[in-house]
Design a binder for this molecule. Sequence first.
Ligand code: NAD
Length: 498
Amino acid sequence: MARVQGIKDYQCFIGGRWRGAESGETFESVDPFLAKPWARIPKCDQRDVDAAVAAARKALEKGDWANMHPSQRGKLLHKLGDLILRDADHLAATEVQDNGKLYAEMRGQVGYIPQWYYYFGGLADKIEGAVVPIDKADMFTYTRHEPVGVVAAITAWNSPLLLLTWKLAAALAAGCTIVAKPSEFTSASTLEFARLVEEAGFPAGVFNVVTGFGAEVGEALTTHKGVDKIAFTGGENSGRHIARNAAQTFKRLTLELGGKSAQLVFPDTDIDNAVKGVVSGIFAATGQTCIAGSRLLVHESIHNEFLDKFTALAKTARMGDPMDMATQVGPVTTQPQYQRILSCIEMARNEGAECVMGGKAADRPECGDGWFIEPTVFSNVSNSMRIAQEEVFGPVLSVIRFREDEEAYDIANDTAYGLAAGVWTDNPRRMFTAAKRLRAGSIWTNTYRAVSYMAPFGGFKNSGIGRESGQEAILEYLETKCVWMSYGKDVPNPFVMR
Ligand code: NAD
């Protein structure tokens, strides 16, 4: 796919209007492969956030959206899905120019995104309350599920539109209104996407995009009295800070945070398949995925054979321009992240882990000026080392041996995170035991990195709060109201509880 040449100017989308930031200021978005700016993005501040939240509040409470029948909401969601499909090439190329991930991966993601709008569009008119068979005489009691209100949707840079969609499709189906804030590193695709929301015919104020930095725009949103719920994807520390902000006004909260997921390889597995699965878990997307399988727990009896086959396959990975469909490992998205990965590699060496592959910045000619890191493997890692405990968010694998199954489960669970785990075995008893013993939100057996609009996704422990996708995700965007109606003739004793 072709890149945008020169610098493209973007505007934010507030209350159905395209405009610059109130301050008139902008910041640059940088292409990670070329290490050069390619877009100018409005640098919003508190004033823009106030305007966006006011527009979202107005649309929530009065007018076309507030009065729209849920079936009609579902139709709009469906239309939005169709438009995304129509423009998938362009949206995917925009994401690649912003985050440097492979076009092959981003095109696949964007092509799949409409399914969330179809699925949640279908759910919009199936949000049913219940009649409660109440234990009081002459009383009719029922529940209503109502939209939670104005949602601040804050996303990370690795998969901007997918992460937004996991929030937006459920929130719109529930009847909420949204102020989205993409990462300052990857704002462009969310702004391109807003054009499709407009074209689909959503009323003004239902979906707004403010762009800018976490400390300014993110802070203004997460402390705003007009925001009822925060749906956040990002790092653990930001999540902790946001949870504190949310507590001030008891905002509802969904957090999708980091991970240090383990891939457990048992001796009865098909080693060649497991090798492919572990490679895909850590080197696909250059390891910049929350579900990266960054710890390999391998049985001691197959350790050496597995590692030989693993490094042999990983060494064949083609690095280069992420727009090229043949490229398998692209650059790191941001310069700070590139520096952080290199410092994690240094840290692992200092802790005594043995680097058996990579372990440095890539200087291959095909990497140009981009921020590339060689796929890296550390063996002889102990689970107490920082390299085994801290999220790297890059192409760095820590290899740990185990002898007993129970030992493997204990090591896998011995982390502050609980986002995902992979299990490689042909033994059904191990499959079920592992699924029960591992404390993580997604367990993949003989596969890895599979997600679906139908399947709930989220983390245990420090990996987050709440679930996205699947039917239960809609509950994250609803409040339950209980309505009591007495049809008795007399009001009973007013001095006691009924
Ligand atoms: P980040 O926390 O730095 O930023 C995420 C978003 O939060 C950005 O939009 C940023 O501007 C905003 N932000 C930062 N500080 C804020 C504050 N004080 N108040 C409000 N908003 C603030 O994370 P990142 O570097 O963009 O993304 C990488 C992290 O995201 C990794 O830890 C990764 O595991 C996690 N992630 C999790 C999932 C998941 O679904 N669990 C998916 C992708 C990424």
